[in-house]
Design a protein around this ligand. Structure first.
Ligand code: ZN
Ligand code: ZN
Length: 128
């Protein structure tokens, strides 16, 4: 790839450009794919057609609240709701204890129903 600030070729995994010292994706002047100069406001490279990389990656959307709720109601005792939200360890624990004899299942169900439980990345669940 190319540094988006100075156009110098850098390795794909580079955190910092050896040419200018900034993050390779931080700039807006060159295409990261072919190294051609780009319009700072362009989203797509006019030469190679690739989507230009941006340093500010869009935050990933949270998990679906309704899916989590349904999983919690029907499969909560097997920890499937926790698996869905990314809490693998807690999910397994819930699975082997059969939802903490139903208590844990109920607690998680209430937490999800009132949208108090976030996913393992700390994002709120999205109601669609
Ligand atoms: Zn650079
Ligand atoms: Zn390009």
């Amino acid at each position: 790839m190319y540094c988006r600030s100075c156009g110098k070729e850098v390795v794909e995994t580079a955190e910092v450009c050896v040419g200018c010292g900034s993050k390779p994706n931080a700039g807006t002047r060159y295409c990261q794919h072919c190294g051609v100069e780009t319009d700072p406001r362009a989203e797509v490279c006019v030469k190679c057609g690739i989507r230009l990389a941006t340093a500010a990656a869009r935050p990933k959307e949270g998990k679906d609240w309704l899916v989590a709720l349904l999983l919690s109601i029907f499969l909560g005792q097997l920890g499937v709701d926790r698996f869905y939200l990314g809490y693998i360890g807690i999910g397994i624990l819930k699975l082997v204890t059969v939802g903490g004899c139903g208590i844990w299942w109920l607690v998680d169900l209430i937490l999800i129903a009132s949208n108090k439980l976030k996913d393992s990345d700390g994002r709120e669940l999205v109601r669609k």
